[in-house]
Design a protein around this ligand. Structure first.
Ligand SMILES: [Mn+2]
Length: 300
């Protein structure tokens, strides 16, 4: 092991590469878990991702450089939302993100936690960035009006941010009749299902994506269950038939190269015993996404 690794920081970067003022990316851990419906553990997600990130090579073989030290990544103190209610928790996330006073040259990376944190972050950023569009990687549409007695469940995440930003979804393969009907009548929802993507060998969905986001401000939300369980199995609601590793990277690279990604998150990792492969894949996915966005910004 090299000696520059600091286990409490994303990628274990040294002081020089992780100063708050000079880092182009801020990582915000939000270990929030209140409405999980199947198996729990998402509260342990941020720690598992940061821990595994210490094992990720800083050298990005695709970009042929040590990317992170070039742009800097600062890991912010852990955000613990109020647990008074799910709605209050999400409001406290909006408040906390607003209080970060993000500047245009800084990229926010949020680590969940369950998917219900995303509307809290999107609401804060929509006030700052005009025409914000959400690109969502997920097995689930998350378009329910209510689930388990709350409108702020992780199963309602997209429905809650929709008033603030329309959404383009990829990898969807588990949905209910209410969501299908809602998506059909909404002009703010575009869905590319997992089976559609699988059958589209020419990957024309990437062209559709390019057209839809064309130079707009984008928030990218990565629910790790959007990927196939052969890549990431440690998640509360695993679904077969998900997006493969390289298809996922190509999707993210397309987003980064054809829009302005203002922030992204990685949510729903639920670390389990023996789940190092999942934790590592999530950590590497976050790093790859950072590098694509920073390359698009000319920082790498
Ligand atoms: Mn999901």
């Amino acid at each position: 092991m090299t000696d520059y690794r600091n286990p409490e920081r994303f990628l274990g970067l040294d002081d020089e590469s992780s100063t708050r003022e000079t880092s182009a990316a801020w990582v915000l851990p939000i270990p929030f878990e209140m409405t999980t419906s199947y198996t729990g553990g998402t509260r342990l997600g941020p720690t598992a991702i940061i821990d595994a990130s210490n094992q990720v090579e800083l050298y990005d073989a695709e970009l042929e450089c040590e990317a992170a030290p070039a742009y800097g990544v600062h890991t912010l103190p852990v955000l613990h939302p109020t647990l008074a209610s799910a709605e209050a928790a999400i409001q406290s996330i909006t408040d906390a993100v607003s209080e970060l006073h993000l500047t245009d040259d800084r990229l926010l990376v949020t680590l969940g936690g369950e998917h219900s944190i995303t509307p809290g972050v999107v609401r804060a950023l929509a006030a700052q960035y005009s025409g914000l569009v959400v690109v969502q990687i997920d097995a689930h549409s998350d378009l329910r009006e209510e689930y388990d007695g709350t409108a702020w469940s992780h199963a309602c995440a997209a429905r809650r941010w929709l008033p603030y930003a329309p959404v383009i979804q990829f990898g969807i393969r588990s949905t209910c009749a209410e969501e299908v009907e809602f998506a059909r009548q909404s002009d703010r929802v575009t869905i590319f299902s997992a089976v559609e993507m699988y059958r589209d060998k020419e990957r024309t969905y990437l062209d559709a994506l390019r057209k839809a986001i064309g130079e707009r401000n984008v928030y990218l939300t990565i629910d790790v269950d959007g990927l196939d369980p052969s890549v990431i199995a440690a998640t509360g609601t695993p679904e077969p038939g998900g997006i493969g590793w390289y298809d996922c990277l190509d999707l993210i690279r397309t987003v980064a190269e054809n829009s302005r990604v203002v922030a992204f998150d990685c949510v729903e990792l639920a670390p389990t015993m023996g789940g190092q492969a999942s934790n590592f894949a999530a950590a590497k996915l976050v790093y790859k996404t950072l590098n694509y966005v920073m390359r698009a910004r000319g920082k790498v």
